[in-house]
Design a protein around this ligand. Structure first.
Ligand SMILES: [Ca+2]
Ligand SMILES: [Ca+2]
Ligand SMILES: [Ca+2]
Length: 264
């Protein structure tokens, strides 16, 4: 009886080891973009898609119309983590008169993802830009710079969700003209995850915030970076990576270890 139990335990240990190995070796990015391969002065090429529409909806503006109204999404080669970055400039402000701009694309659906990117703002009078993860139901929480007008804390990077609003308005204080590394972990099966933000070149200025999903997605498959309609933005994004985490396998491994512990 005892020998049989030991055998069962060994099987669980082996399963857990195999699954842990699979988890460790299968994490190659499903999306990786440093934006360096794009023409300077234009939006990133497809599958990225740029859009511009009036605050609160209505007929979309063309790229050229938006530009004449002070709203552009353009690859920039002067300010970047490396090579080139994407510059969101949105000088349209005011409820009813502002414009929302967005840059979106889809990626291979994954039930658990880690998204990493770098962002900065060169004008803290503005709000934005917001980087959202989308899934089968809706958008997840995002992080953005806040000038305080829109409800976040002025001079802070905060966690924002719609319609939830600023749910963590004071995640980390920020400075203009400074890059910040952002890491968002999200498991859409267990609805858990965290935000991590760190100032580039000053790692002691960092913050972690644990939070699940804004919507009950079962998987994530889209990224959208947008500026606020009523507020402006002067922000840069670079070195964007989405890496899937094998959630189901990890859970199986944890389950196997839990069963092993119960057997003891
Ligand atoms: Ca780059
Ligand atoms: Ca879920
Ligand atoms: Ca705007």
């Amino acid at each position: 009886m005892k020998a049989k139990q030991t055998k069962v335990q060994m099987v669980y240990v082996l399963i857990a080891m195999v699954l842990a190995t699979v988890s460790a070796t299968s994490a190659s990015p499903i999306l990786e973009d440093n934006f360096d391969g794009n023409a300077t002065g234009s939006p990133p090429v497809p599958p990225w898609s740029d859009g511009y529409h009036p605050w609160g909806g209505g007929t979309p503006y063309t790229r050229a119309e938006a530009a004449t109204l002070g709203v552009t999404i353009q690859v920039d080669d002067t300010i970047a983590i490396s090579g080139k970055s994407v510059h969101f400039l949105d000088t349209s402000v005011g409820v009813g008169s502002g414009i929302t701009s967005s840059l979106s694309r889809s990626f291979t659906p994954a039930s658990s993802v880690v998204i990493e990117y770098y962002m900065r703002t060169d004008n803290s009078a503005y709000e934005g830009a917001f980087l959202k993860l989308g899934g089968d139901i809706g958008y997840d929480y995002t992080v953005a710079f806040s000038n305080g007008v829109f409800g976040g804390q002025a001079g802070y990077i905060g966690v924002h969700g719609s319609p939830a609003g600023w749910i963590k308005p004071d995640l980390l204080p920020y400075s203009e003209n400074t890059w910040y590394y952002v890491r968002r972990e999200l498991n859409a099966v267990t609805d858990t995850g965290l935000f991590y933000v760190e100032e580039v070149g000053n790692p002691s200025n960092n913050a972690t915030y644990s939070i699940g999903q804004n919507y009950s997605n079962s998987y994530m498959d889209e990224i959208s970076i947008h500026t606020s309609g009523s507020q402006g933005a002067d922000a840069y994004i670079d070195e964007l990576t989405v890496t899937p985490e094998p959630a189901t396998l990890s859970l199986l491994a944890i389950g196997g270890l839990a069963m092993l512990r119960r057997k003891k």
